[in-house]
Write a protein that binds this ligand. Structure first.
Ligand code: BGC
Length: 733
């Protein structure tokens, strides 16, 4: 380097440091200014005004302070779209005509993309829609871990792996909050089933708590700086989680230094004392018991309303307690509805539809593809029979609080008809279930036998059958408020599939679920695509993949066990799931999902991280940059990925780490890094994944802290948890 370039390098480095320092300083001074303003507001608020800000005034809003121009806070569900307006005092829809939105794919689909950048676009678009609808808090995303396939609400979450969920949730939250709308990460914590969710007491080891169930929440707080968090309904170690001494007061607010607002779930607060003292800031929904009833509210009777005020006045609860809550609420307001440079938002625009379609197509997982069943050509000599209720049923209706009112929703049948202009598409419903009504099973209005006879006739006339089935958003399916009761497909689908196979050999399954299902029918079909709940653009996205316009690249965010008993939590019987006498113990401990299948050598039907493509990839030249690492070091794993097939596509390089010799029980391996690469046919790209050694720590119960063990670790590199191309050893000391 000559003298002149040295001179410039010094200047550039100096300027960068200078500007970063200025930036940090200006952020700090902005923060100080905000806190000073909050101090001055606190000094003029009456106790009554402060308390009024700590609880609901309607189903989805809290009071402001009119005399000071402090606004109300407006909230809306949910994780994959902004819910329609709900009435002031009950759960009925308000009947507005301007509240329809874009339905984005549910979060299992987003997780399957293994694409954090896309999660950012998803969050940003969703935040724009929330802002357009004048919402200050968006009640999502959800990051409860997929513990069993029975949980009715798994479709709203990001799968079974804490690293994947943590990686995907951070850009999502940042995207939402760029719009001056607070994300509200939920449900904190251990709300891993819907059955008895409002009463069940969870017992779980500290290790599983810190290693499996908390990391995604921690990432939301510390990496995404989330502005609000929602408590859960269930208990943990005998205390309700919404105002929990360990969870909300200690871990969230003290250890993680969360400076935002803790919002209750709707009716999850239980006592004034605990709500006040253990960190709940805003109480919502009390007296309505989830979505189930329309009991009129008595907002003044809320635990954080009159009873709270009374205790503050008698001095039983110090005023500093309400001041801390109001400080947090005002902070949320300065970040949202009292912010001076808040964008305006927009909804139902082309860009949002494009993001919805992109996430949908990237999240679809190709599970099986014998004899290249997919993609299917648009050939004028082909007749395709599209059979199954899910081909036409709305999947944005139902499911509980994540239910949406989209401006439009393209069904799979519509999507296929729009894409296939030459081939002949014929359709039959085949099977039917009833309307999706919360907490109720509605009978099907159709005669099952007639539907079946008709479907078989249609299948007979076709060259190819696309069976579009799976679950629905109805009670006891993929729906809030209760769990599934069976692992197999409902509504007689298996029997119908068997009969169809008798008359047509070419059958592919378009599986629409948010959960794993039992697949004894797998050998009856040549191809399976797992499509999740895809929202407004569902049909187009499905047709994109079936036609080959988009090469599938989704990877499963949770394992599909062969039998239900192969799932870790279920294998221990009712004390582990769903609990006995409202108590349950997470007996599988840290061995959740693939950690269980791997460690116990129980082969899943489909493994975590698995997903096929229409092309082929080779991962070669896999190496680590060192043999030995210090505890504060970083491991860099490199490899070359080649697309060896005939079409463009994307592959996800997955890096897992294990420690077979350890002083504690370990999973065989755990996901610690991944990278998605897009490759033209024939193209090779170098990929590198870095892992900080500190991320190899386990939660050591003997010291109540994280601990990085010395010794040998195994690094596994592959494209699925059960498809490892190379295993390497490294040492840490
Ligand atoms: C759900 C929450 C939701 C809230 C408001 C509750 O029943 O558990 O996820 O945000 O209702 O609809």
């Amino acid at each position: 380097m000559n003298l002149v370039s040295k001179y410039y390098t010094v200047i550039i480095c100096f300027s960068l440091t200078f500007f970063t320092t200025i930036q940090v300083q200006s952020q700090e001074s902005k923060h100080q200014k905000m806190e000073a303003k909050i101090d001055s507001i606190l000094s003029i608020l009456t106790l009554e005004e402060k308390v009024a800000m700590c609880h609901a005034q309607s189903k989805f809003s809290t009071k402001g302070v009119e005399r000071l121009g402090i606004p109300e806070i407006w909230m809306a569900d949910g994780p994959h779209g902004v819910r329609a307006e709900i009435s002031w005092d009950d759960w009925a829809y308000a009947g507005w005509t301007n509240d329809s939105i874009t339905a984005f794919p549910a979060l299992t689909c987003l997780a399957s993309t293994f694409n954090p950048k896309l999660a950012g676009e998803f969050g940003f678009s969703l935040g724009e829609e929330a802002r357009y609808r004048k919402k200050d808090v968006l009640l999502g995303p959800g990051v409860n871990i997929y513990r069993t396939p029975m949980n009715g609400r798994n479709f709203e979450y990001m799968g079974e792996d804490p690293f994947l969920a943590s990686t995907m949730v951070v850009p999502y939250i940042k995207g939402v909050q760029k719009n001056g709308v607070a994300a509200c990460i939920k449900h904190f914590a251990l709300n891993n089933q819907e059955l008895w969710r409002d009463k069940v007491n969870v017992e779980v080891s500290d290790r599983a708590l810190y290693e499996i169930y908390l990391p995604a929440f921690k990432a939301a707080v510390q990496k995404a700086n989330v502005w609000s968090i929602m408590g859960a309904y269930n208990k943990f170690r005998g205390q309700y989680t919404t105002h929990h001494e360990l969870l909300t007061k200690k871990i969230l607010k003290q250890d993680w230094k969360f400076d935002g607002v803790v919002i209750s779930d709707w009716s999850s607060a239980h006592t004034t004392e605990e709500a006040a003292m253990n960190g709940l800031d805003i109480e919502m929904g009390t007296g309505t018991d989830g979505l189930g009833t329309t009991t009129a509210n008595h907002y003044d009777q809320y635990f954080l309303a009159s009873p709270f005020l009374k205790k503050l006045k008698t001095g039983e609860i110090p005023v500093s307690v309400v001041d801390d809550k109001v400080r947090r609420i005002l902070r949320l307001m300065y970040r949202t509805n009292m912010s001076s440079n808040r964008p305006l938002g927009r909804a139902n625009n082309k860009e949002h539809h494009d993001v919805a379609r992109k996430v949908a197509t990237e999240g679809i997982v190709l599970l099986k593809n014998d004899n290249n069943f997919f993609p299917i050509k648009d050939d004028k000599n082909i007749t395709i029979a599209v059979i199954g209720e899910n081909a036409t049923r709305s999947m944005t209706a139902g499911g509980g609080s994540s239910e949406l009112k989209p401006k439009f929703e393209i069904s799979p049948l519509e999507g296929l008809k729009a894409r296939y202009k030459n081939a002949k598409i014929i359709h039959s419903m085949g099977f039917a279930s009833g309307r999706s009504v919360y907490d109720q099973i509605m009978p099907s209005p159709y005669d099952a036998d007639s539907l079946k006879i008709e479907a078989i006739k249609v299948a007979q006339k076709a060259d190819i059958v696309l069976f579009v089935g799976g679950l629905s958003k109805s009670h006891l399916q993929d729906c809030e408020g209760d769990d599934r009761r069976q692992y197999k497909l409902p509504f007689g689908q298996e029997e119908l599939l068997n009969d169809i196979k008798e008359v047509n050999k070419n059958v592919g399954f378009v599986l629409i679920t948010g959960n794993a299902v039992e697949m004894p029918w797998l050998n009856k079909v040549d191809g399976v695509i797992q499509t999740w709940y895809l929202g407004s653009m569902a049909g187009h996205a499905i047709a994109d993949v079936i036609s080959g316009d988009v090469n599938p690249s989704g990877k499963l965010p949770f394992s599909f066990p062969k039998k239900l008993e192969d799932n870790g939590a279920i294998s221990f019987g009712p004390t582990s799931y769903p609990g006995v006498d409202m108590n349950q113990e997470y007996k599988e401990d840290i061995l959740v999902g693939y950690r269980w299948h791997d460690t116990k050598k129980i082969e899943p039907q489909y493994a975590f991280g698995y997903g096929l493509s229409y092309t082929n990839f080779k991962i070669k030249n896999i190496a680590v940059d060192n043999k030995k690492y210090a505890k504060n070091g970083t491991i860099t794993i490199t490899c070359d990925v080649t697309n060896t097939g005939n079409s463009n596509g994307a592959e996800v390089v997955q890096v897992y780490v294990g420690k077979s010799k350890s002083k504690v029980k370990r999973a065989l391996k755990e996901l610690k890094g991944f990278s998605k690469v897009f490759l033209k046919n024939g193209e090779t790209q170098a990929v590198s994944v870095t892992i900080d050694v500190e991320k190899l720590a386990f939660y050591d119960e003997s010291i109540s802290d994280w601990n990085i063990e010395d010794g040998t670790y195994e690094i596994y590199v592959g494209n699925a948890s059960n498809n490892i191309s190379k295993k390497m050893n490294i040492t840490v000391n």
